[in-house]
Design a protein around this ligand. Sequence first.
Ligand code: ZN
Length: 160
Amino acid sequence: MFDEQQKVRVGYTREMARKVSKKYNLVPPVDVVYVAQGEGFDVEYELMAVCAQFNRQEKVIVVNKNDHLHRQRLSIAHELGHIFLHHDIDFHNYNGQSNDFEKFRNVQENEAFEFARELLVPLKHINLFNKEGLTIPEMASRCCVSNEVIFISLQKLNKF
Ligand SMILES: [Zn+2]
């Protein structure tokens, strides 16, 4: 489906998330609003049909006010992914509803998700939590994310 050039840049994407973590001295639970503001973006909460959107020109990330905190944090981190990875989109709607872990629309969406995942749930930390014997809900609580994001992170950890 995709040629070599269009493949998700997993290494680069994670490296970028780690750079951002380092720049802002982040440890779980990562304050994604703090990062957005540090990059000059306002975070606003509104009623909307999608999870989030950002506008590079107006320097704003808008998040769905009705979403659960975990969803909102993932949405903000996702939009930060597009911002830091310099994806060629200035205005972006992120509809992260049903099945968004399996059904990504394109490479940029995959990269934004992987950036968000690594920012919120660094593999380094999940590895430590795993060694400490924490359960998935305990890890989720430490990172302030859903169990699902932890589960995906653990799967990625096992691949390396
Ligand atoms: Zn996106």
